[in-house]
Structure formats: C-alpha cells, structure tokens
Design a protein around this ligand. Structure first.
Ligand SMILES: [Zn+2]
Length: 343
C-alpha cells in the first residue's frame, strides 16, 4: 500500500523502471519523452522518490506501507515538495524573455553533483525540459553524461527529442511515455468532479495535464470559437472582416488567447479531415460535427490540407514578428474560404 496516488497510465514503463531500480541497474541518464502534459515530470519525481524512499522498511512497513515510493517518509515528502537537496532541478530561467536553461545553471549543478550527497542514496538531476538548454548548456551537460559522478542519475524531460543534440540523445536510455488510455483518463477526470470528460479526454490526446488545462469552461470557450469560425466561413466577406476586427480588438495580450484558440480549432478540424479522408481508426476531436468534418475532408484532401496547414503556420509566424493580428487572421481565413469553396 502506498499513500501516493498511482501515476495515470504508463504501467508497463513504470514497471520496467522499477524493475531496473530494484536490480540496481537503472541507467544513469534517462530521457523521458512524450507529449506535453502526459506526466513526464511526475514520472521523473517518482523515480527519484522510489530510489530514495525510506518508507518500505521500519515503522511505515509495520503500518502496512510496503510499497516504494511510500509518499509519507521525510524523503518522499521533501522530493514531492521540490525541496530535497539531492534532487536538483534545471528549469528555464523565467526572469528572462526566452525560456532557456542558462549554461551557468548547468555548470553550478554539475559542480554540486561532484560533492557528497546530503542524505539520499541516489542523487538526481532533473532537466525539464531538456530542449531549453542551448548548445553551450547542452555541451556542458554532455561532458557529465559521459563521465557521470558516482551515485548521480540524470532525468531529462522532453516533448521534442529531435531538437536535442544527437550526442545527448545517444548518451541516454530513451523512455517513451505515450498517451494515457481514454477510459483511464475519463475515470480520473470524473474523479475530479469534471463533466464532459470524454470530449475533454479526446481533445487532450491522452495527456492528463492538457485535460486539466482544458477543463470544462475552456471546452465551452473552444466550442464557442469553433462554432463562430464555421459560421463566419459561410457568411459574406464583409461580415467575416467585422468578426476578425472584433476578435483582434484591444491590446495584443487581450486578443492573443482568442486567436490561439481559433488557430487550435482550425488545426483540430484539419486533423479530423485527414483522419476522415484516410479512414484511419482514430477517434475524431470534433465527433459532434461529423458532416462538417466530412465537408472539410472532401474539399481539402489532400492538397488543400497542406495549403491550409501552411496558412496556419504562416499566421503563427506572422504573429510572432508582430504583423497586426487582424491582417494575419484575415489572410488565414481567406485561404480557408477559398480552399473549402462554397458550402
Ligand atoms: Zn517514502
């Protein structure tokens, strides 16, 4: 029995990591890969806890707590709270504009890793996310991955392994965390008092973190944005321009979330059109709109999908270089109208 809630999904992966731990054969550098919000950091924390948990023996064992990590012993509690001195975390420096892990921070942690451990049997360095290290920082870490200090393990987290230096990837044991099965995710969301869990679970693509972010109210906003989009793609052009003027009114900070939601909704519809056209056995994100998905698939597959996807990317690129929001969104929606043709 453990006081910790079990990690959602990833059962086989965790069993194999725990097996390696119990044999003393855990790789000194593990690259945890998977989409955002799937639970990579949670698994990293649990590895550090399981390697150091003191609860499986002594008093807690007498109380029936025999599973590692126990979640109750001082070590587990400190790691969960992010304050254990032997579990060091490299994260982007949020005080800087770019989300980067500075090379100085990497060097400091590497220096600390050469010292004696405070109390833990195994020290861990968690890098979250590994792609936040630019080349200098990654190279500094690489040297340590080649000759790791005794008793120190590295847990690198990434949702984009391809963006890492190949030499970093090749030094690590790659552990992939895939989507959490939909039934498990739905049950978990229901347990948190959420409604419309099936739709949320689908939109979250099996990532519990994303599902929580979506939540019910965000889902309502998204559905509203989607329905507005489908409406304005059918009305007179002048009416559409009036809509985009309203959508991008106010300061940039005010309209950015609205435009982001619109872009995500368009990407989801394009994804569904591909699934419909290719008859893939994958559930649609817009299951409540089968006719609309069919219309998009018939009008766009295959060349139009590519052109519309490129138009979404162009819109994102334009917004990044401060093209006025209305100009960027108008260009995208005009492309969509042209490609979809008259309804
Ligand atoms: Zn413990």
């Amino acid at each position: 029995m453990s006081a910790l809630p079990s990690v959602l999904g990833h059962t086989a992966t965790i069993a194999s990591l725990w097996g390696a731990l119990s044999r003393g054969a855990l790789h000194h550098a593990i690259l945890l890969e998977g989409p955002e919000g799937v639970g990579k950091r949670l698994v990293a924390d649990r590895i550090a806890m399981a390697a150091n948990c003191g609860g499986a023996s002594g008093e807690l064992a007498l109380a029936g707590i025999t599973q590692r990590p126990c979640g109750r012993c001082p070590t587990c509690r400190q790691i969960a709270a992010g304050v254990h001195p032997d579990v060091m975390v490299l994260e982007p420096d949020t005080s800087r504009a770019a989300a980067v892990i500075p090379v100085d921070a990497v060097r400091t942690v590497i220096r600390q890793a050469q010292f004696h451990r405070y109390s833990a049997a195994h020290r861990f360095v968690i890098v979250d996310p590994a792609e936040a290290m630019r080349e200098a920082a990654a190279n500094a870490l690489l040297k340590t991955l080649e000759e790791p200090p005794v008793g120190t393990g590295f847990l690198l987290i990434t949702h984009n392994a391809r963006s890492l230096l190949p030499t970093i990837r090749s030094r690590c044991q790659r552990v992939r965390l895939g989507a959490v099965p939909e039934d498990q995710l739905c049950a978990w969301l229901e347990g948190r008092g959420m409604t419309q869990v099936e739709q949320i679970a689908r939109l979250a693509l099996g990532c519990p973190g994303r599902a929580l972010e979506l939540g019910t109210s965000a889902l309502e906003i998204r559905t509203g944005v989607r329905d507005a989009l489908l409406g304005i793609l059918r009305v007179e052009l002048g009416e559409m321009f009036a809509y985009t003027a309203k959508l991008t009114s106010g300061g940039r900070a005010a309209w950015t979330p609205r435009v982001d939601a619109l872009l995500e909704v368009i990407e989801d519809l394009l994804r569904d059109a591909v699934i419909h056209a290719s008859r893939a056995e994958v559930p649609l994100l817009n299951q409540d709109l089968p006719h609309e998905v069919e219309r998009w698939a018939q009008a766009l597959w295959p060349g139009g999908i590519e052109r519309c996807t490129a138009a979404v990317q162009d819109c994102r690129d334009d917004l990044r270089v401060f093209v006025p929001g209305k100009t960027a969104v108008d260009a995208l929606l005009c492309t969509l109208r042209r490609e979809l043709g008259p309804s």
